[in-house]
Design a protein around this ligand. Structure first.
Ligand code: KG4
Length: 336
């Protein structure tokens, strides 16, 4: 089955052609990072305008790279949410046009499910599993007993982990998106600054206190005209974040007696997180983290998710469905 997948939920315009949920024939991603960098974050109106400029070119390039004809597509899949509404609308409209013109069934996919299913591009998913979803907008621990069965067992009570990485990057003078810069600096430094370990009840998370502690520390040191050791500060911040993420995920994996731990979303590209999982896991669970290309937003992950979704629910959403900025994972939970 050839899936044409479209992803435009934030600042990446991406179209992919994926065969049988596993084989990526093409995965074209046009990022707008350099456009938004000067604003220090994604400007929604600017993002949707660039999606409009870019989407047709990205479609064409995806078919060229895959060496396929438009008629070869069996299913059209598009991210319907969550994300920036204007950005989502561009992808949904383009996908609907394709579906209408070439008379192909179309389905809408949850962006967060896409991040989780990025792992299916690497290896078969083994159920039951625990997925740690860490991105710029989400931090969730999810129990999956089967394909498209999502039970959220923990989530952030305030900031998403990627968001706090971006804020910390900004206070140490790094550009947007800051996560990769903080990660790089952290590997050059030592854990010397005393920062709080952000533990809250159960499997929930909270990062705003840790983020504020970093900002206060930088302000205090600046007022005293003391030099900030950026590398050490990033190492200390990353140590606090990864300790909590890894400990809670492994605790959940033990309690739910799972076969696999999946790490998904932009922050899953973090090297410190990967290292900590390997250290703390001690070989107990199969740990799956996608390669960097599939960690951040891309359409191939939507193509993979669509394949498994369609095995369970053979539907054609037609032209009536719409983008939804605040779609939750539970809304696509498999019945029963
Ligand atoms: O999943 P994603 O591409 O977009 C959504 O939020 O949906 O995630 C982007 C987030 C940004 O906050 C970025 O700073 C963070 O992922 N990120 C990282 C790393 N690479 C990307 N955070 C920490 N370490 C990284 N290596």
């Amino acid at each position: 089955m050839i899936v044409l997948a479209v992803e435009s939920s934030c600042d990446e315009t991406s179209v992919a052609l994926v065969k049988d949920g596993r084989e990526v024939l093409s995965n074209v991603i046009l990022s707008q990072i350099d456009i938004h960098e000067k604003f220090g974050g994604v400007v929604p109106e600017v993002a949707s305008r660039y999606h409009v400029y870019q989407i047709a070119v990205v479609f064409e390039e995806a078919f060229k790279k895959a060496n396929l004809k438009y008629e070869d597509v069996d299913l059209v899949a598009v991210t319907e949410g969550p994300g920036l509404i204007g950005s989502l609308l561009v992808g949904v409209t383009a996908a609907k046009c394709f579906s209408l013109v070439f008379d192909k069934p179309i389905i809408g996919l949850n962006h967060l499910a896409g991040h989780i299913y990025a792992n299916a591009l690497e290896d078969e998913m083994q159920f039951p599993l625990i997925a740690l979803l860490v991105s710029g907008g989400n931090t969730e621990l999810i129990y999956m007993k089967d394909h498209f069965y999502f039970q959220i067992i923990g989530e952030t009570l305030d900031d998403a982990v990627g968001e706090s990485y971006d804020k910390v990057a900004r206070v140490v003078g790094m550009p947007y998106p800051g996560g990769p810069h903080v990660d790089k600096l952290a590997h050059l430094g030592k854990v010397t600054y005393k920062l709080p370990k952000p533990y809250v009840d159960g499997y929930n998370f909270s990062f705003s206190g840790l983020k504020s502690a970093v900002i206060n520390l930088v302000n205090t040191e600046n007022m005293k005209h003391n030099e900030i050791r950026k590398e050490d500060l990033c190492a200390s911040f990353q140590d606090s974040v990864t300790e909590v993420l890894v400990n809670k995920t492994i605790k959940a994996a033990l309690e739910y007696n799972v076969k696999q731990i999946i790490v998904a979303g932009g922050v899953s590209a973090n090297k410190g997180l990967k290292e900590r999982f390997n250290e703390e896991n001690k070989g107990r669970f199969k740990i799956s983290i996608p390669r960097i290309l599939y960690c951040t937003d891309n359409a191939a992950m939507i193509g993979a998710a669509a394949y498994y979704y369609y095995q369970i629910k053979k539907e054609d959403r037609g032209l009536d469905f719409n983008a939804s900025a605040s779609l939750t994972l539970e809304s696509i939970k498999k019945e029963g």
